[in-house]
Design a protein. Structure first.
Length: 278
């Protein structure tokens, strides 16, 4: 699975690198002031969706987790692409920042791409959560609670990786850290999806770290949705609850706390964050 996802990521990246005019439309300025390309994010989205589709062909994997992964990653990547291309054009006189900023804009009657992202990613996560919960079985109440919890896992991780994507390689490294343990302890769909996320992250890291490409909302949201689906597909209820609580708490904390400041003030996190960067 990792090789398939990595191959799809690399292929999507390469096609865009060779496409006439792509550099002009996909160029963005990063935190160093360097011009980088969003093709890395589009490649990552292709890899994430491919990982879900490939899961459906795995002989021992049930169909529902595969469909959940495809829907969640496609919705997250599509919503992220809309935001990347819009570049805040619908935010109004001042850019809307964070969940609170977009909700305030909505209260004033302005529909920002951030609000659209919340709706689209949330809908994709809910569909994915329902599919995963129905696959696990149980009574009506248990299935509804399971579906809601799984949707929170998927949506919160899609959002969290996007919030982390402020420095080269940071979001992809987070995906690696989260998914590596799933290869050892998970089984079935969760393990395969984690492998796909690792392959996608590994394929994006070299050019991301060299500041040639960036994930942007497109890649970070899609990769995060894949990580979230891998966690939500895990058979352990406690792990799913911890995954939902951790990501949700961090997303809410980001409204008041700078992740970059926290990382830079923590030696171990700072060393991991800077590893491989220019």
């Amino acid at each position: 699975m990792a090789l398939v996802a990595a191959g799809a990521t690399g292929a999507g990246n390469l096609v865009l690198a060779l496409a006439p005019g792509a550099a002009r439309h996909l160029g963005r300025v990063n935190f160093h002031g360097r011009t980088v390309s969003l093709r890395g994010g589009l490649g990552a989205a292709a890899g994430a969706v491919t990982a879900g589709a490939r899961l459906g062909r795995a002989c021992a994997a049930p169909a529902r987790p595969a469909l959940a992964a495809v829907v969640a990653t496609a919705a997250a990547g599509g919503a992220g692409l809309l935001d990347d291309l819009d570049q805040g054009a619908h935010d109004g006189p001042s850019p809307a920042k964070g969940l609170r900023g977009h909700l305030r804009a909505l209260a004033r009657g302005r529909v920002t791409t951030g609000v659209v992202k919340v709706a689209v990613i949330g809908s994709g996560a809910l569909v994915g959560g329902v599919l995963l919960a129905r696959g696990r079985g149980g009574g009506l109440v248990a299935t509804v609670v399971d579906a809601a919890g799984s949707a929170v896992v998927i949506a919160s991780w899609a959002n969290l990786l996007n919030l982390l994507d402020l420095r080269p390689g940071r979001a992809a490294k987070a995906a690696v850290v989260v998914c590596l343990p799933l290869l050892a302890g998970a089984a079935g769909a969760s393990r395969l999806l984690a492998s796909g996320a690792l392959g996608t992250a590994a394929a994006t890291l070299p050019e991301d770290l060299m500041e040639r490409t960036m994930l942007g909302d497109t890649g970070a949201n899609a990769l995060g949705a894949l990580v979230g689906t891998a966690l939500a597909a895990h058979p352990c209820r406690l792990l799913r609850a911890v995954a939902a609580g951790t990501a949700t708490a961090l997303v809410l904390a980001s409204e008041r706390v700078s992740f970059t400041q926290v990382i830079e003030s923590t030696p171990l996190l700072d060393a991991l964050d800077r590893c491989g960067r220019l």
